[in-house]
Ligand binder design. Structure first.
Ligand code: AMP
Ligand code: ZN
Length: 113
């Protein structure tokens, strides 16, 4: 499958990986939007949030647990951080393999652009 994030998860394209296990891989975003910007993905290819189903709901929960653990490791849990998952064009999704953005290290604005 011609998917950038599947290739990073599979080791075919290098990534600055900060966590990996049987189900989830996390790596530093190539164009960071905050002092810490980590992308957390399932190894399983799921294109968008619209493609989630009952079989994938536990996997989505794992993405959040990994995000929580990385935030603690980065030392940003107390100050806080933002978790974002973009969907399709209006959501600003550019890579069609679901991913949770972990943004931290500065105060975030609201509403997002
Ligand atoms: P989104 O716009 O929500 O689909 O997020 C895709 C993210 O992937 C963007 O923040 C990109 O900067 C990031 N990205 C694209 N290519 C790479 C790459 N090779 N390694 C790490 N992050 C990437
Ligand atoms: Zn993929």
């Amino acid at each position: 499958m011609d998917c950038l994030f599947c290739k990073i998860a599979g080791g075919d394209i290098p990534g600055d990986i900060v966590h990996q296990d049987d189900e989830v891989v996390a790596f530093r975003d190539i164009a960071p939007q905050a002092p810490h910007h980590i992308v957390i993905i399932p190894r399983r290819h799921i294109a968008t949030v619209n493609d989630l189903d009952e079989a994938s709901h536990a996997l989505v929960g794992r993405l959040f647990l990994v995000a929580r653990n990385i935030a603690a490791e980065l030392g940003v849990a107390e100050d806080g951080y933002r978790l974002v998952m973009n969907c399709n064009s209006h959501g600003g999704q550019t890579v069609f393999h679901i991913h949770l953005h972990l943004l931290a290290g500065r105060a975030m604005g609201w509403p997002p652009g």
